[in-house]
Design a protein around this ligand. Structure first.
Ligand code: SF4
Length: 333
């Protein structure tokens, strides 16, 4: 997957956004001592984007940049500090647990580690059928038939419904996770590093499955990954995150051919290529992501940016459109 040419995915017909996230923030308070005032971890610090029906938005950045926190906040698995989350036009940001219940059917998640996210004491069939029982949608024979259809849909055999998670390979376990996510006919699935734990050959199979399901079921995906090469095939648009903020958002072809932000350039440089001549011209990103507990002032990226100027240390660049459909947060653009 890493050395494939960039092909723009045909944009889906626009039927209105399934998800609109506006100025989303998640700050985690941490206390260093009983009497100490809490410090704040700025995990997500004002993130805005939307996802259309049938669209995949790739959300990319290094570990610790806040992308998984965005995914969990959208699902209300953690409570946002500020901002709004709209699903099919409805603000779900502060809904109570009971008011959230119908929206939980619309919003599902596929986790990175398919093994730890599956209950080892339940059969695969029971795992996939659990959401149906929890939401009172099917029981008995009807539930078993629905689960069997879901097994067909994700490429598992019906005979495997009675097997336990340890009896499956990593790729098969991720298929169980996908079947479970599909059980309630969701509109949007947050895919949180869904292939990072899998071999490269299996990654391609799982991504192809997700794309087939999207085409057939008009699903929307927020596809989270630390690796731009992984989101390349599945995404229509890509948002690049750095230390809690989106620094670039554009369609996939633009990101890969005309990146507008130095951090996007660096992530592209990190994609392995077989040609040694190209390898020598690559700019390797130095150092680790700074701590979100004390993020650098101004542009968070200035401590690692080869183009940084004095202004970058004191002034936060706003995300703004530099070309049709391409938004970049950099003073030099
Ligand atoms: Fe680099 Fe400055 Fe642009 Fe930030 S604003 S990416 S530090 S040039």
């Amino acid at each position: 997957m890493t050395d494939a040419a960039v092909h723009a995915r045909e944009a889906p017909e626009l039927a209105g956004p399934v998800l609109v996230v506006d100025a989303l923030k998640k700050h985690f308070p941490i206390r260093r001592g009983f009497l100490a005032r809490p410090d704040l971890v700025f995990a997500v610090d004002g993130v805005s984007f939307s996802i259309q029906e049938g669209e995949t938005l790739g959300l990319v950045g290094e570990s610790g940049c806040g992308k998984s926190t965005v995914g969990r906040a959208i699902l209300r698995l953690i409570e946002p500090t500020a901002g709004t989350i709209r699903v099919a036009g409805q603000d779900i940001t502060t809904l109570s647990n009971s008011a959230m219940r119908p929206f939980r059917r619309e919003l599902q998640i596929i986790f990175q580690d398919p093994f730890s996210s599956l209950n080892p004491r339940m059969t695969a069939g029971d795992i996939v059928g659990e959401p149906l029982r929890t939401h009172g949608l099917a029981t008995g024979k009807a539930a078993r038939e629905r689960v069997a259809q879901l097994f067909d849909r994700v490429g598992l055999s019906r005979a495997q419904m009675k097997n336990y998670p340890h009896q499956f390979s990593g790729g098969q376990r991720q298929r169980i996770g996908i079947a479970r996510a599909l059980a309630l006919n969701p509109k949007l699935i947050v895919c949180d590093e869904p292939v990072s734990a899998l071999d490269v050959s299996i990654q391609a199979q799982v991504i192809n499955l997700l794309m087939d399901l999207q085409r057939d079921l008009k699903l929307s995906y927020l596809f989270i990954s630390h690796n731009l090469a992984v989101v390349e095939h599945i995404s229509h648009r890509i948002a690049v995150m750095y230390l809690g903020r989106i620094v670039e958002l554009a369609d996939k072809a633009t990101i890969f051919t005309r990146p507008g932000h130095p951090y996007t350039e660096a992530l592209l440089s990190a994609i392995p290529v077989p040609d040694p001549a190209i390898r020598e011209t690559k700019r390797v990103l130095q150092g680790d992501v700074p701590s979100p507990l004390h993020p650098p002032s101004g542009c968070h990226f200035h401590t690692r940016c080869p183009y940084a100027i004095a202004r970058c240390k004191v002034e936060t660049p706003l995300l703004r459109e530099i070309a049709p459909g391409q938004q970049v947060a950099c003073h030099l653009r």
